[in-house]
Design a protein around this ligand. Structure first.
Ligand code: GLV
Ligand code: MN
Ligand code: MN
Length: 443
């Protein structure tokens, strides 16, 4: 009997006393079986406290990976972990892991968590919601005396925004060359890892092989507007897009902007402008949800009276299907060659970084759906257009992701917002899915 039936019974004037007694019995049984819940007020308070680190005057945070704000926020997070009776440790890749023992020592750990680094002028929810919720779930389990069969590990990944560096180190996808990439804080990845307390020389010790984990769960904000618009409580992620990024260099010839006739120029910025348009036209020329972006561009030498001799820009392509990304890239590169021929310039592409597309595990999806159903929450199965550490974890074990609505679909911006009640719902679904995964346990 649910609450509505009970109300109907009361409204019906308690016509039958035995039926009423039976109803009370079933309510009592139902409350005994009631799903464990997190402390939503505490969770949302922790989120507010976390938003102090790297706070911007106009709202939101700039908490770039390897910045002072990042390191201070991680100290705060490790304090919360200790309050939750967890023991945080930093692995060689700079990720924070906090373990909670399980009953069965032969079981592989279930990992759950997210990231707390941000983009420049980012919001207070991207990554932070899943990170605070993971700690809250562990704390609530402890307070409610629940000991799982599997050992649990709450994880806070380092440098998600720069390209899943912490999680890709664990999945073994991070290459030695990438350690020399310069992060947005100005430090190389290797220096950044050391700055956070990791050891880039011992990166291999952070690696985990396929089958080393019983599963990975991550709660995150949707970052798009569909759940909010359609009043759906919970998104169940079916897969996470693959992302490929390149640095594109257009080489022309710098010359005097007053004396060089228009038909004698090798204008790298003119070629780059046509390139931006070609990217947009190529990506929109076929049906599907693929996206392509030129997100950064710099012209050299960069003076009003000099024809640009060189442009350095980026190209990013995303789709759930890696083959589609590759074929879009091939046609964009062919168009770039033609633009080069027309403008007297040349294009070169240097791969920057890749996140492989990752489907979530259908079994984990159905555990998330069951957890949401038990809580009376509506759900929708949906793809993720944003990258997540979960896609690296999908390489080594069954992965599932839970989305909560982003108000107005705004993300990577100070106005990013998820409502406290939605965040609490998401954390309760995370807890329910975790306990179900623990019960069925495939490793
Ligand atoms: C990560 O937030 C990304 O999708 O770029
Ligand atoms: Mn994120
Ligand atoms: Mn992000």
């Amino acid at each position: 009997m649910n609450r509505r039936d009970f109300a109907a019974l009361l409204a019906g004037g308690l016509a039958s006393a035995p039926a009423f007694a039976e109803s009370l019995g079933s309510i009592a049984r139902a409350s005994v079986r009631m799903a464990p819940r997190v402390d939503g007020a505490r969770l949302n308070r922790h989120l507010t406290e976390l938003s102090r680190f790297g706070a911007n005057p106009q709202g939101g945070v700039t908490r770039l990976a390897y910045s002072d704000a990042d390191r201070q926020a991680r100290e705060y997070v490790m304090g919360l972990m200790r309050d939750a009776a967890l023991t945080p440790e930093i692995d060689a890749a700079g990720n924070i892991f906090a373990a909670r023992p399980g009953r069965d020592r032969s079981r592989k750990p279930i990992l759950f968590g997210s990231h707390i680094d941000s983009v420049p002028e980012g919001g207070n929810y991207d990554g932070n919601v899943g990170s605070m919720a993971a700690i809250e779930v562990a704390q609530s389990l402890g307070e409610q005396g629940i000991v799982t069969r599997h050992p649990l590990q709450v994880v806070i990944w380092q440098n998600e925004e720069g390209g899943l560096y912490g999680s890709r180190a664990v999945s073994g996808q991070l290459t030695a060359e990438e350690l020399q990439n310069v992060s947005r804080s100005g430090k190389t990845i290797a220096d950044g890892i050391a700055f956070l307390g990791g050891d880039p020389q011992r990166l291999a010790s952070a690696r985990r092989a396929k089958g080393d984990i019983a599963g990975y769960l991550e709660l995150h904000i949707e970052q798009g507007g569909t759940l909010d618009r359609d009043h759906v409580d919970i998104g169940i992620v079916e897969g996470i897009v693959g992302i490929k990024q390149w640095e594109v260099t257009v080489t022309g010839f710098a010359n005097h902007a007053g004396t060089t006739p228009m038909d004698e120029r090798h204008d790298a910025l003119l070629a780059a402008a046509r390139f931006v348009d070609a990217v947009n036209k190529t990506v929109t020329s076929i049906p599907g949800r693929q996206v392509g972006t030129v997100g950064r561009m710099q012209a050299f030498p960069g003076a009003p009276n000099v024809i640009p001799g060189e442009v350095v820009c980026t190209l990013e392509l995303r789709d759930l299907d890696a083959a589609k990304i590759d074929s879009l890239y091939a046609s964009i590169a062919a168009k770039a060659t033609r633009i080069g021929g027309d403008t007297g310039t040349t294009f070169s592409f240097r791969p920057l970084h890749e996140n492989v597309p990752a489907p979530s595990d259908p079994r984990v999806r159905s555990l998330i759906a069951d957890a949401a159903r038990e809580l009376g929450l509506s759900t929708r199965v949906m793809p993720s257009g944003a990258g997540h550490d979960a896609q690296a974890m999908a390489m080594i074990g069954p992965m599932g992701m839970i989305f909560v609505p982003s108000v107005g679909g705004i993300s990577h911006a100070p106005k990013e917002l998820s409502r406290p009640a939605d965040i609490t719902n998401g954390a309760n679904v995370l807890m329910g899915a975790l306990l179900r995964l623990d019960e069925v346990g495939w490793a």
